[in-house]
Every structure is written in structure tokens, then in C-alpha cells.
Design a protein around this ligand. Structure first.
Ligand code: PNS
Length: 170
């Protein structure tokens, strides 16, 4: 009998994708047979980048950064439902989130507990952000870029190009 595939979901807004996200994606791909990167559409949050551009940036990053055999096991799918509904739809019972120092703990603890109530079949696992990615957040990347600051330690040159274009910096 064929072994069941382990499918994991890595959800986020990815507005834009950072080196910290890519670290988690690379590591998560090593833990599951298929990784579904779920982009929360969340229009209410007023994203900086339209959905299509967030998808394109993620695909580009994955294809540049992740080894080809792992990259082909990663799919990107937008969702506008509850995370647990999305996970069930793609056949995943594992949700993967990155965790930075103490700042993320309360939010992540609440979210994973609520998701476990909503669907007890879904397990959330956390990967600790690597040392050098502890201070990266998309929110600060957006803020620094808007004011034409240097975000090169936090996002790839490809993402820097998108940010510069978005904010009209040369
Ligand atoms: O990277 P982010 O912005 O922290 O990602 C947040 C995301 C998309 C994972 C979260 O907003 C989410 O799960 N949205 C789907 C709606 C949902 O399930 N809400 C209840 C969570 S308890």
C-alpha cells in the first residue's frame, strides 16, 4: 500500500516575502512531502502588493532559492476562507508557522489554540526563526522601503526591485 503523503500548509500574508519567510519555507519543505504556501488574501488588511504580485514574488523566490527537487514539491495557493478550511481543502493536517523570539508568541499561541478548537485534526508546528532572521517583519520592510531605507539584509534583490518600483524610488 502506498504511503500517505504528508501535506503541510505554510500560511501568511507575504506582503512582501522576506528572507525570514524563505528560511522557513526551505526548512518546512524538508519536513513534508508537499508544502502548500497559502497566501491569505485578507483585502481588509489593505496589502501593499496585489495578490497576483505576491504570488509571482513567492514563486520567483522559491525557484531561485529552494533546491529544484524541493521547489517542485511546493505550491502556492491564495485563500480567503478560515485557515482550517483551507488546510482541509488542500488535504493538509499540518500548519507550519515561523516564530521569532518572544514577540510572536502570544499571537501565535492564540491563533494555534483557536485553530485547534475549530478543527482538532489540524496540528500547528512552529519553526524557530534563525538568528539572523529574528528581526525581520514584512511590516517593517514596508515602512523602511517607503522611506527609501536599505532593506538589503532582509529581502532579496528581486524583492527590493518590486519595493522600489512600488514606492517610486530609483
Ligand atoms: O503572515 P501573517 O499576516 O501573520 O498571516 C496571517 C494569516 C493569513 C495566517 C491569518 O490571518 C489567517 O490564518 N487568516 C485566515 C483567517 C482565519 O483562519 N482566521 C482565524 C485565525 S484564528
Amino acid at each position: 500500500m502506498a504511503k500517505a503523503q504528508r501535506i503541510g500548509v505554510y500560511p501568511g500574508s507575504f506582503d512582501p516575502v522576506t528572507n525570514g519567510h524563505m528560511d522557513i519555507i526551505t526548512r518546512a519543505a524538508g519536513l513534508v512531502d508537499r508544502l502548500v504556501v497559502g497566501i491569505g488574501i485578507n483585502e481588509g488588511k489593505g496589502p501593499l502588493f496585489p495578490l497576483a504580485e505576491r504570488v509571482a514574488m513567492l514563486r520567483d523566490e522559491i525557484d531561485h532559492i529552494v533546491a529544484p527537487d524541493a521547489a517542485k514539491r511546493i505550491v502556492i495557493e491564495p485563500f480567503d476562507t478560515l485557515l482550517v478550511q483551507f488546510a482541509a481543502r488542500v488535504g493538509a493536517n499540518l500548519v507550519i508557522r515561523g516564530l521569532r523570539a518572544v514577540s510572536d508568541f502570544e499571537y501565535e499561541f492564540q491563533m494555534s489554540s483557536l485553530n485547534a478548537h475549530l478543527d482538532p485534526n489540524i496540528e500547528t508546528i512552529f519553526l524557530m526563526a534563525s538568528d539572523r532572521h529574528q528581526f525581520i517583519s514584512s511590516r517593517f520592510i514596508r515602512e523602511i522601503s517607503k522611506l527609501d531605507g536599505d532593506v538589503s539584509p532582509f529581502v532579496s534583490p528581486r524583492i527590493q526591485t518590486h519595493l522600489k518600483k512600488r514606492f517610486g524610488h530609483s
